[in-house]
Design a protein around this ligand. Structure first.
Ligand SMILES: *[C@@H]1O[C@H](CO)[C@@H](O)[C@H](O)[C@H]1NC(C)=O
Ligand SMILES: *[C@@H]1O[C@H](CO)[C@@H](O)[C@H](O)[C@H]1NC(C)=O
Ligand SMILES: *[C@H]1O[C@H](CO)[C@@H](O)[C@H](O)[C@H]1NC(C)=O
Length: 389
């Protein structure tokens, strides 16, 4: 009896043992483009009916572009131990206007290994003039994960992407943990992680230093947990901007907890466009246990979002913000507006519950709050007093 159990266990262990697909066995050589070797390993991995691991060993590797698509039949681990470098020239991507690394339609993927994905964006950033040119060159995103389920991305650093670092669209049950994003504070549109159209997404225990939003969230999103993330430099954690596309769908269940914002332009921010057609609801939000270290605008709801005055303020936003808990937000603000609720006249903010707030501002003006079309309820003390004019 005991022997038959051991035999079964051994068979199970064997069935579960991962096949290792080392890219050097597929022809990858240092200082040459490894994309073909990686694609060959990927093809074997998705065909495999047992778990497989694609190994990118320690060392410096050049990757022109990788577009890895499923479906896969068994779990895949992509273990990146080395440094993967993009070409410096953004126009050298074999398939233009595509991401550097794209992974689509996979289930049970783990990316790990402690390695680095280096987008080498310094040259591309010089070409970015999107703030004044609507026909600006489209620069490649660093990593794009779309239609991914049950996946984990951990212990990886992405550095100097040419544009958004990570896009995670239409995915379910994806966790980013111990994930590092690193780009200079003045690099344009280098959002850390952009998440949209998904559910059950987590970003935990991570460090995001970038030139744009630390984490930005788009529409049709639910059940997102952002916990113990250190942001800065960058523009903070944002929901939006939203409103310009009439088809945008609701956002529900976003928790930002235990995060630190150091020298960011904003803390947590919701941005919706005025005079815009979308009518979605943004609800069930929890912003708690947040630390601001000289962060500008620690809490902002901006329903008159209008950067560079490129929009029409005559009509209010039609997006509703409701059921929000804000509690235990403390630290120092770089701006005198420490809390700013500019809610829509057409859809006032509803059921906003505010707990402990202690935000200080060093400067001539004392810390203040702005409140339009909102009547919060309070459950603790706030310094400064919120909405008490
Ligand atoms: C991911 O989950 C969704 C919803 O269950 C499903 O429709 C989709 O096919 C899944 N994708 C993959 C790649 O397994
Ligand atoms: C979510 O994904 C993780 C990682 O693959 C997996 O272990 C877990 O079972 C998944 N959760 C659900 C609810 O499917
Ligand atoms: C880098 O970000 C851009 C912006 O979304 C994206 O289009 C591109 O696919 C990304 N590249 C990678 C490699 O993810």
């Amino acid at each position: 009896m005991i022997w038959s159990i051991i035999l079964v266990l051994q068979l199970l262990l064997k069935a579960n043992s991962e096949r290792v697909l080392d890219i050097t066995k597929y022809g990858a050589r240092p200082n040459a483009d490894i994309s073909q070797a990686l694609m060959k390993a990927w093809k074997d991995a998705i065909k495999s009916t047992t778990s497989s691991k694609i190994l990118i060993p320690k060392g410096d590797w050049t990757l022109s572009q990788a577009r890895m698509h499923g479906p896969n039949k068994a779990p895949i681990t992509l273990e990146v131990k080395g440094n993967l470098k993009a070409y410096k020239d953004p126009y050298k991507l074999p398939v233009k206007s595509q991401e550097w690394v794209t992974i689509n339609y996979v289930n049970f993927l783990t990316i790990s290994g402690g390695g680095m994905l280096d987008g080498q964006g310094q040259e591309a950033w010089k070409l970015n003039d999107c703030h004044k040119n609507t026909a600006c060159p489209k620069l490649p995103i660093n990593l794009s994960f779309n239609f991914i389920n049950n996946s984990i991305i951990q212990d990886i650093t992405t550095k100097d992407s040419k544009f958004f670092h990570v896009n995670c669209i239409s995915s379910r049950n994806v966790t980013f943990q111990r994930f590092t994003v690193s780009a200079p504070g003045d690099s344009p549109n280098t959002d850390g992680i952009h998440i949209a159209r998904g559910n059950h997404i987590k970003v935990i225990d991570s460090i995001i230093k970038t030139g744009d939003d630390c984490i930005s969230m788009g529409d049709e999103l639910s059940d997102v947990l952002i916990k113990n993330v250190h942001c800065g430099p960058g523009h903070g954690i944002s929901i939006g901007s939203l409103g310009r596309n009439v088809q945008e769908k609701d956002i529900k269940g976003i928790t930002v907890q235990g995060c630190t914002f150091t020298g960011t332009q904003n803390g947590v921010r919701i941005k919706t466009w005025p005079s815009a057609p979308a009518t979605l609801t943004i609800s069930d939000l929890h912003f708690k246990d947040l630390t601001m270290v000289n962060a500008g605008n620690p809490i902002v709801f901006d329903q008159k979002y209008c950067p560079w005055n490129q929009c029409d303020l005559s009509k209010p936003s039609l997006i509703k913000i409701s059921d929000v808990e804000i509690s235990n937000v403390r630290g120092t603000s770089a701006t005198s507006d420490v809390v700013s609720f500019i809610c829509s006249k057409a859809k006032p903010c509803d059921n906003i519950r505010i707990g402990y707030i202690d935000l200080k501002h060093k400067g001539k003006k004392p810390p203040s709050t702005k409140c339009e079309n909102i009547k919060p309820t309070f459950s603790s003390k706030q310094s400064p007093h919120v909405c008490s004019k």
